[in-house]
Design a protein around this ligand. Structure first.
Ligand code: AMP
Length: 426
């Protein structure tokens, strides 16, 4: 199928062509005709599948049919993170560049002044994160009473991030008669219930089950002791990879530490996470996209939805306890069929997560041993919320350690296990 088969109006067809799109992605192929026909839509799809255009293109086309040119909000796209919101608005702007529709993005973490001014001037399509939208509604600056189309994007992430109550409050304020488009990478039961409660006989499309990782992504695992991870990353960036790399860190503190180490090794690096201001995050993202910064270190929430064309490498500095996160992370590369590689550093604290991740994706990830920090001696350990082995106390010694045992060496996490299994029973 070609975009020309989708009966798109000339201004949209032209804009899409300028984006370099010729063939609709599978979700677009299925969503565009039905959304154009006014159907509700349930898309089980993650970022990287082209889902933004899957809803943005038919929304633009349907709204451009409106005879009345007023600047009431007619389409609302609710999305969990600022980065994602900005990206969606950028896409809508690109696809709608030849249409007289006005789009705007609003999100928290920045002063509301300029967003408020733009809202007062009038907006057709609003992209928003839930908290800031509720603020504007409470202040009487936003009214949703003329809304025609509502998009709930990344519904599962809304749940993970604790936004589900805000989302439900917003839904209560929407007109009953509307078209609803619902997107989620996964469908846990709470999300399924929410979908059932707001969708009216939707067309259902599932494009990439969360457990499947793009076939174009070459995945690998590096076994390494925790204390060698920074050196391994530096080594790889200095010797093996010359491209840009997105590095995922479990913690904000960890992200900063990685960035400092790489900067000290003269590798241009920036970190983005929730403690950075919105402007700092956006600048870092822009620098990375333009190639000014070679390495971007990000926490999962900050990286959600980051859309970087031709990103070839993703490094998981640690593996997440939530296996689905692996799929989201490596989905930053290998987008829209391009080739990509993901490298996961695995120490004793990551072994259990590796096992769970491999179970989820249904394959063993090949182990790369050809590097100076490889170890076969990892021992599976549980991790606490500070990224330390569970039970390890760094603040003060345990009573048992203060008695006659002071001089005993600490348990060596790297000691070779007697049995060869990585997963020693405790
Ligand atoms: P998304 O899943 O919306 O985050 O989109 C993933 C990436 O695919 C973005 O970089 C889009 O610009 C790109 N994209 C979306 N639709 C197409 C298409 N039909 N052809 C080529 N690239 C696309």
């Amino acid at each position: 199928m070609n975009f020309t088969d989708l009966n798109l109006i000339e201004p949209i067809a032209k804009a899409i062509q300028e984006q370099g799109y010729t063939t609709p992605t599978p979700i677009q192929e299925r969503s565009i005709p039905d959304i154009l026909n006014g159907r509700d839509f349930l898309g089980c799809a993650q970022t990287g599948t082209g889902k933004t255009a899957a809803f943005a293109i038919p929304i633009l086309q349907n709204l451009s049919k409106n005879k009345v040119q007023n600047k009431h909000i007619k389409a609302l796209i609710l999305t969990p993170t600022r980065e994602l919101a900005i990206q969606i608005e950028e896409n809508i702007k690109a696809y709608g560049k030849y249409l007289p529709l006005k789009e705007l993005v609003v999100f928290g973490g920045v002063k509301q002044g300029s967003q408020e001014t733009a809202l007062r001037r009038g907006v057709d399509i609003l992209v928003a994160t839930p908290g800031r939208l509720l603020d504007f509604i409470a202040q009487g600056i936003v009214s949703l009473k003329n809304l025609e189309i509502f998009v709930l994007d990344e519904a599962d992430r809304m749940l993970d991030m604790g936004f589900v109550h805000d989302v439900k409050r917003i839904i209560k304020l929407l007109p009953q008669r509307r078209q609803t488009l619902f997107f989620s990478a996964t469908m846990p039961s709470e999300i399924q219930k929410l979908a059932d409660s707001i969708l009216n006989n939707p067309v259902k499309v599932e494009v990439t089950p969360v457990s499947s990782t793009a076939e174009t992504i070459k995945q690998s695992v590096y076994f390494v002791e925790k204390d060698d991870k920074l050196d391994l990353l530096t080594h790889i960036l200095q010797n093996d990879i010359s491209d840009s790399v997105l590095v995922f860190s479990r913690t904000k503190h960890g992200a900063d530490k990685i960035a400092r180490k790489l900067q000290a090794s003269k590798i241009s690096t920036e970190a983005i996470h929730g403690n950075k201001s919105q402007n700092a995050r956006q600048n870092a993202l822009n620098n990375f996209k333009s190639g000014k910064t070679r390495v971007l270190v990000a926490t999962d929430i900050a990286a959600r939805g980051i859309d970087i064309d031709e990103l070839k490498y993703v490094v998981n500095f640690e593996l997440s306890d939530v296996s689905e996160t692996y799929v989201h992370r490596i989905g930053r590369t290998g987008r829209a069929g391009a080739e990509g590689s993901s490298i996961s550093f695995v120490d004793g604290l990551d072994l259990l997560n590796l096992k769970n991740t491999e179970k989820l994706i249904g394959m063993k990830i090949p182990i790369v041993k050809d590097h100076p920090f490889h170890t076969d001696n990892l021992v599976a350990q549980k991790r606490d919320s500070n990224n330390k082995p569970a039970g390890a106390r760094t603040d003060r010694p345990r009573a048992s350690q203060t008695a006659n045992t002071k001089k005993k060496p600490a348990v060596d996490a790297g000691k070779k296990p007697k049995n060869k299994s990585f997963f020693r029973k405790k």
